[in-house]
Design a protein around this ligand. Sequence first.
Ligand code: 5GP
Ligand code: MN
Length: 341
Amino acid sequence: MCAMTDEAGKIAIVTHMHPDGDAIGSSVGLLLYLQSAGKETRLVLNDNCPESLAFLTSGLEDRIISYEVSHEKALEAIRESDLIFCLDMNSFGRAENLEDALRRASCPKILIDHHLSPDIGCFDLVFSETAISSTSEFVYHILTGTPSVGGDPGKLPVKGAEALLAGMTTDTNNFANSVFPSTFRMASELLAAGIDRDAVLGSLYLNFRENRFRLMGKLLSDNMVITPEGTAYMIIDKDMARKYDIKEGETDGFVNAPLGIKNVRMSFLLKEEDEKFRVSIRSKKGVSANKCSAMYFNGGGHELAAGGKLYKGKDIPGGTVAEAAGYIEKHTREFLSGSIG
Ligand code: 5GP
Ligand code: MN
């Protein structure tokens, strides 16, 4: 692939905490390619892969190490690597518990990412571009550009190509957002190479558990608040998550729905955890989800899709759902009054 990979014995791929379709898809795509090139490669995750994405990692269980399962094995895998790829994350901090090990690792590190504000000083080689749909698409173009693939995606491992298609599909919300000419080119080339898109879509979108839809209905009918300024927000507290038996990754996509409402300019989904609320933000053109997250929600991401955290104690002293709601209303009122559109 390049001199750095040629020289490396052991390679680790690391991606962001709470991995989504693009994080897992791009990682599996790269992992299978490197393995097919004879490289001993492991994917080191902070958390377990969500069940909804397990179809991408089946058969690779011995290649994947998660900090959630074994702190020591995950840190050791990073320590022992000769080369580390960081995918779909713009800074080491996005790998949460793996951050220190990444900082300390003396081997070369390569970033492949499409988020704003990459921490380029931490890497020896940087592939960072925001005008691309997804890290999966980025990996696709890099791999198809290697001499061994020579522009023919039929030479990629089939499961790897499927994973890249899945990652691009989820990050674009199935071709609805962040789609570029290069994205359609990727899709077209993969279809021409015989990749089974129907199977990929079936695994992604026709395979949810019923409880996910029950919760979505409950949120949209009883929980969603829309402010006069055009902020929509929904908050899943711990009781609700328990009652509906919600697993990691199962509410992905919920935050997009309220953006479909005419006067909504920004949509929030909050999920309560012990010490914080996890925040997902989506916005319409003219409103920067990234800026709003950086200013008020300890996070960032993309212009129209970002995430962050609202800390109990620090941001909302009592840590209640009512305070979280008040915080969103107050800060988005300020924020939207300064945004165009
Ligand atoms: P989601 O709302 O789907 O979790 O995340 C939307 C986008 O924001 C993704 O590209 C994700 O990587 C990014 N993101 C999510 N949470 C955080 C965060 O806490 N910090 C930063 N910097 N980005 C985040
Ligand atoms: Mn991504």
